[in-house]
Design a protein around this ligand. Structure first.
Ligand SMILES: NC(=O)c1ccc[n+]([C@@H]2O[C@H](COP(=O)([O-])OP(=O)(O)OC[C@H]3O[C@@H](n4cnc5c(N)ncnc54)[C@H](OP(=O)(O)O)[C@@H]3O)[C@@H](O)[C@H]2O)c1
Length: 334
């Protein structure tokens, strides 16, 4: 059994090591899974760069999700059986040929389901579903603003908000990504490397989804309608901060807000961190995962798999994601 360990922070080349692992003894409430493919998320890149405070001490195995087959189950397991094909939200530990997880972070999937599409559901679609259905409940005809629409969560948000009949503005960093966002269901697209979205958008936004952070968050907040909601669920732009001063500057660029201001303006600010949801509300995570699996079975959503790399190409996959070359979901195949 092999796993990819993150052994130090830095550039992708020398930070990963393939190591042999032993299968741990299962607790009564745990499931052991033989992995066929592992997902890659932007948070993994942040962890590698040393910009992710939730990352366990190194050396560690990162990775939020895996698809595989149940190999063994603890005595108390009721809902999955040995041999089932499953999607598992691993909460770190995903870059491995074998993972152990509790039942409420595991969902059965069909034999036919494409592994890459399934991987997109665990973290990216579940985050998007939580953001637009649980945290903000986007309503028909509401205007939504989705940043980085061609990314994994961005794609999921476009598809889910389209299902909710929202009017969708999305930003992305290249013309080909904008064309992709339109294919996914965006009504208006803005290339934020060429235009300032806060000047281009001429109507109030009901719900904004921000994954970039810093001044992108502040500008999005300013566009909010009365009754508007903004979800902050990432800080991708912070990956560009070269030192602690730049980090502090970008942190300050989020803006300063007072609860009374939110009350007077009737605007809401919502932070989403699916790790916290997994830790404190595991049934909510399960609900989100099962909801998006159901939507895929009903063909109401269709995750886009940008590329599945061989496990040995993990460094290249990380480089491509940080260089913004990837579209939709990426992962590795064992
Ligand atoms: N809070 C949570 O629970 C949660 C869960 C999942 C993901 N996230 C966050 O959501 C965001 C998207 O995650 P993902 O897995 O969907 O990633 P992804 O597929 O790589 O999408 C991220 C996109 O962000 C854009 N981007 C903007 N600034 C960037 C920068 N400085 N470096 C690299 N890319 C940049 C890029 O698109 P353009 O080229 O179009 O700019 C990139 O394609 C990340 O911030 C991630 O940390 C949060």
């Amino acid at each position: 059994m092999k796993a990819i360990f993150l052994v130090k922070n830095g550039t992708s080349k020398n930070t990963f090591e393939f190591r042999e692992i032993n299968k741990p003894t299962l607790q009564d409430d745990e499931v052991g899974i033989q992995v066929e493919a592992s997902g890659i998320n932007f948070a993994d890149v942040m962890a590698r760069l040393g910009n992710y405070q939730d990352c366990p001490p190194l050396p560690t195995i990162i990775g939020y999700e895996a698809v595989g087959r149940v190999e063994s189950i603890g005595k108390k397991i009721k809902n999955v059986q040995v041999g089932d094909r499953v999607l598992v939200f691993t909460r770190f530990g995903g870059y491995s040929q074998y993972v152990v997880q509790k039942e409420n972070a595991i969902a059965k999937i069909s034999e036919e389901m494409d592994a890459g599409k399934a991987l997109a559901l665990a973290t990216q679609y579940s985050t998007a579903f939580y953001a637009c259905s649980v945290a903000t409940n986007v309503l028909p005809n509401e205007t939504v603003l989705i940043h980085a629409g061609a990314g994994g969560v961005g794609t999921a948000l476009i598809q889910l908000c389209k299902l909710k009949q929202a009017k969708i503005y999305t930003t992305a960093g290249s013309e080909s990504k904008l064309a992709y966002c339109k294919q996914q269901g965006a009504d208006y697209t803005i290339n934020y490397t060429k235009e300032d979205f806060s000047k281009v958008i001429k109507e109030p936004i009901d719900v904004a989804f921000d994954s970039l952070g810093a001044d992108n968050f502040r500008k999005s907040y300013k566009l909010l309608n009365r009754g508007g909601r903004i979800v902050g669920y990432g800080a991708s732009s912070m990956s560009e901060a070269k030192n602690v001063f730049m980090k502090a500057k970008m942190g300050a660029a989020f803006g300063i807000y007072h609860p009374a201001q939110l009350l007077m303006e009737s605007r809401s600010m919502i932070g989403v961190n699916m790790l916290r949801i997994a830790d404190y509300k595991p049934d909510t995570l399960k609900y989100c995962m099962e909801s998006v699996i159901q939507l895929l079975h009903e063909e109401k959503i269709n995750p886009h798999v940008g590329k599945m790399y061989a496990a040995s190409e993990i460094a290249t996959a990380h480089d491509d994601m940080l260089a913004r070359k990837t579209i939709g979901k990426i992962g590795i195949v064992w």
